[in-house]
Design a protein around this ligand. Structure first.
Ligand code: PRX
Length: 630
């Protein structure tokens, strides 16, 4: 694959990738292992929408992640696993070992009746088996749907049901810092409402006692008994589904973003190589969870496609103390470190003393993802972690984009703190105004859209193509709408300013306000809820809920705690509101629409200028809410 090594080369490649897009991507794709080459590089329109890359080609992504490396790097470590518990040993898997594990597990899945095209739900902690499970699915052509192990039983059930998964893979327990959580029990609760699940494979991770349902549940090791190592990978069509990953949108129901085989493979590999300027044999540590897209593309697929060594960390950055990330970097001589701004901001609060005892000299490149990074955190990261020697790549992308779209290329693009800088080759961003017109020139701001397909883009929402069209392709005809606002500075550098829809970003977790509202509305005393985000020093955004109750509440604190519990049960602890204000009414227009703009201002603590409130049904409501603001 073509690696970009100078800014001049980037500029040339970029122009070429726009002017001769198909030639550009077919050249990138040449370096992969294909069972059959494509008939057509690209077939697309953004109206239906329809996007097909490398149509007619056949391949298996796991042969590209594993088999083709065996001869040259069979004994090289593919995965380093760092446990949550500092007293436990780390584990490693070489490319050869990983290949064997995947082939065996692929056979075990087949043995349990999983066929090409079947959906498999993966609800596991951050353990190598999560990667093994994903790749075993891909090996036999089953579609994986990983659900972050912090989601509640009802969220898990919703996701299983939406794509009618046949098998659920889970573990006895999961660590969250010092707490051990009974994952199998949560899975059991979910499986009370998931008729499509035929089998549940349970990894014995913590040796915790679990209840096993006869005929349905089977331990991981038992599923592997008498299973052979030999596995012939399925030959997949380029546009066969590879995985579904649920993400949040403006409305309550999560969206099953669907990625297909060849385009995702080419794009995740190309972006890993170039964004991080990856060099042979380097150790790459991405702190995300495999339950999110960052874990898919840059813990599993991107690194393995490039033959890199990828670090998987089970725990949290502050356990046993706030030096955990730096210990891992020091211990394994990590060269590239990729994390979220929230983690940086939270570690920043502990000060710099900790760095005196850690050797971070192996680091060459740093990255951030998931939310805007503020300049202060950028400089702190650059100085204390990178010792002013490492480029920081601020990578902007989304679950739907499959891989990074706008980012510096490490050691190539001149950096600007807090700017995602420039589009990668093949990516054509535009800023649109409210009328849907492209805003030309620099020093401008607008809604970020992409006007041409790239191989890693989502093809549909599982079972909901019309919703896919409406969500991303109907606001602006002929464009993919990202949902983000964006500024382009005087040099053409992009800075993402945040979501312009009803999605909030809490600690890099994307949460739909509608989802939280639905979860709160379930409470028996709650009549209606409006949720907005507000700026939060560590988390980027916090969650502020305005709640109307049906009766006089004697103990508001108790109600708040109950509401938080409801949200934990319906979604997960990460979506719990930070502030809950009980109000007598919400600012609604005469047509009944909640004016969130006003609520956002109040949540931000900026009530000096709330704009025009005359169109409200009852403007006095605003004064009452202001008076009780938290
Ligand atoms: O608002 C943008 C923000 O995260 C959203 C995508 O969230 P998700 O699909 O969960 O994927 C996160 C990991 C790729 C975007 O719409 N976002 C992501 N990266 C950045 C960002 N905002 C600013 N700067 C970034 N680098």
């Amino acid at each position: 694959m073509n690696q970009i090594t100078s800014f001049e080369q980037y500029k040339k490649e970029y122009v070429r990738s726009v002017q001769q897009s198909e030639t550009f991507w077919s050249e990138v794709a040449e370096s992969f292992l294909w069972r059959k080459k494509w008939d057509k590089v690209l077939d697309w329109n953004f109206t239906e929408p329809k996007v097909k890359w490398f149509d007619g080609a056949q391949c298996n992504i796991t042969e590209n992640c594993l088999d083709r490396h065996l001869e040259t790097r069979g004994n090289q470590i593919a995965i380093i696993w760092e446990p949550n518990n500092p007293n436990e040993n780390f584990r490693t898997l070489t490319y050869r070992e990983l290949h064997t594990e995947i082939c065996r597990f692929a056979n075990a899945l087949k043995n349990l009746g999983v066929n090409r095209g079947d959906r498999v739900c993966i609800y596991l902690p951050m353990v190598p088996e999560a990667a093994v499970a994903m790749l075993a699915c891909a090996r036999i052509g089953a579609v994986h749907s990983v659900v972050f192990a912090g989601f509640s039983s009802s969220s898990l059930a919703d996701r299983i049901n939406d794509s009618a998964c046949k098998i659920l893979l889970t573990a006895d327990a999961v660590y969250r810092g010092e707490k051990e959580i009974d994952l199998k029990k949560i899975a059991d609760d979910a499986m009370l409402q998931t008729p499509s699940i035929e089998k549940c494979i349970v990894l014995n991770h913590r040796n915790s006692a679990v209840e096993m349902k006869t005929g349905r549940d089977i331990f991981w090791n038992d599923a592997l008994e008498n299973i052979s190592n030999g596995n012939e990978a399925e030959s997949m069509n380029a546009e066969d589904p590879l995985f579904i990953l649920y993400t949040s949108g403006s409305t309550g129901k999560p969206k099953g973003v669907l990625h297909t085989t060849a385009g995702y493979m080419v794009y995740s590999a190309y972006t890993f190589l170039n964004v991080f300027n990856y060099k042979e044999k380097e150790i790459f540590f991405c702190t995300a969870d495999v339950g999110w897209v960052t874990g898919h593309s840059y813990i599993v697929y991107g690194p393995l496609l490039n033959g890199a060594t990828t670090v998987m960390f089970e725990g949290v950055p502050t356990h046993p103390d706030h030096g955990k990330f730096w210990d891992i970097i020091d211990k394994h001589s990590v060269n590239i470190f990729y994390t979220a701004p929230t983690a940086i901001r939270s570690l920043q609060t502990y000060g710099e003393e900790i760095f005196k005892t850690k050797n971070l000299s192996s680091l060459r490149v740093l990255g951030t993802v998931g939310e805007p990074i503020n300049e202060e955190a950028w400089h702190w990261y650059h100085k204390n972690v990178g010792k002013e020697n490492c480029d920081i790549v601020d990578t902007w992308w989304q679950t739907e984009t499959g891989g990074v779209l706008i980012s510096p290329i490490a050691n190539v693009t001149p950096l600007k703190p807090a700017f995602a800088t420039l589009p990668l080759p093949g990516v054509q961003p535009v800023l649109l105004n409210e009328k849907g017109e492209e805003i030309e020139g620099n020093n401008v701001e607008g809604n970020l859209c992409i006007k041409f397909p790239w191989p890693g883009m989502a093809r549909t929402l599982y079972g909901a193509h019309e919703r896919f069209r409406q969500t991303y392709f109907s606001n602006y005809h002929g464009y993919y709408f990202t949902g983000d606002g964006c500024r382009r500075d005087e040099n053409g550098y992009y800075r993402i300013t945040g979501r312009v829809d009803d999605v909030i970003n809490v600690s890099g977790h994307r949460i739909g306000t509608g989802e939280v509202e639905d979860a709160i509305d379930v409470h028996e005393h709650v009549i209606e809820t409006a949720v907005v985000g507000f700026p939060h020093d560590i988390k980027g955004q916090g969650i502020y809920a305005f709640v109307i109750c049906g009766k006089k509440i004697e103990n508001e604190e108790a109600l708040r705690n109950e509401i938080k519990k409801h949200v934990t049960e319906r979604i997960g602890a990460f979506a719990r509101p930070d502030k809950i204000q009980i109000v007598s009414g919400l600012p609604k227009t005469r047509s009944g629409k909640i004016m969130r703009r006003i609520l956002r201002k109040i949540a931000e603590g900026d009530t000096s200028n709330l704009g025009d409130t005359t169109t409200l049904l009852d403007p006095s409501v605003v004064e009452q809410i202001k008076a009780g603001a938290l």
